[in-house]
Design a protein around this ligand. Structure first.
Ligand SMILES: Cc1cc2nc3c(=O)[nH]c(=O)nc-3n(C[C@H](O)[C@H](O)[C@H](O)COP(=O)(O)O)c2cc1C
Length: 209
């Protein structure tokens, strides 16, 4: 009896090793995207699928990846205010201008990104160099970059919006004056594939010495 069970188990393992019979592991491996594929697939999306939902757990995963971004002295000053509730989402959409509101109409989640001032780029309260709080903005952009690329890897789409009413956003999320309001980021699923806006030739932006 034991011999027969062992034989059946061995046959099952052999079957799993056959091409196309690998179960979920094989399917997951097939869907792994390279970094370049993720970068190529990410676009600013201005047309979202209607009726989709995204969970808090899914957003937390993206934020966890954003936390892995480097920051000045590991100061980690970027903050995220995530509107999940439809009323809150609608309130944010009213503060990004008519064009952005139209383009994010069906995005189920809207996120406001801020950074805590006077920390990144500062040492013992003194500005470390001429950039000052620009380093907080720099760290914020790095964090957002990690966020949007992780979002794409997870099958989500985003639009970063610099056109927004920061005072209005402060009110609806109780964002303190100690933080600078940066971008609003929509999160959802694309309804259509946009073209890739042209990029400059590499030699326009680099000088090697
Ligand atoms: C800081 C920043 C602010 C932006 N603000 C807006 C915006 O308010 N509305 C918008 O439609 N796109 C906005 N964008 C998206 C850019 O237009 C877009 O990234 C650029 O055209 C390149 O397209 P791609 O993201 O598809 O590669 C912004 C992007 C960044 C990084």
């Amino acid at each position: 009896m034991i011999k027969r069970i062992t034989l059946i188990a061995a046959a099952a393992v052999a079957l799993m090793l056959l091409p196309g019979c690998g179960g979920s592991d094989k399917q997951e491996a097939a869907s792994v995207q390279s970094f370049d594929e993720i970068v190529a697939a990410r676009r600013s999306i201005r047309d979202y699928k209607e009726g989709t939902t995204i969970t808090t757990a899914q957003v937390r995963d993206l934020i966890a990846t954003a936390l892995e971004a480097p920051s000045w002295a590991n100061s980690q000053t970027t903050r995220y205010y995530v509107a999940m509730d439809p009323e809150k989402v609608a309130a944010v959409k009213e503060l990004v201008g008519a064009g952005n509101a139209r383009n994010t109409a069906n995005a189920p989640v809207m996120i406001v990104s801020t950074f805590v001032k006077d920390q990144s780029g500062f040492g013992r309260g003194n500005q470390a160099n001429e950039i000052g709080n620009g380093w907080g903005a720099y760290d914020n952009g790095l964090s957002n970059a990690f966020f949007i690329l992780k979002a794409r890897e997870q099958g989500f789409d985003t639009l970063i919006m610099g056109m927004r009413d920061s005072d209005g956003l402060r009110k609806i999320f109780n964002i303190p004056d100690t933080e600078e309001v940066m971008a609003v980021i929509s999160l959802g699923y694309r309804a259509s594939d946009p073209n890739r806006p042209a990029r400059k030739p590499i030699d326009d932006i680099v000088k090697f010495f």
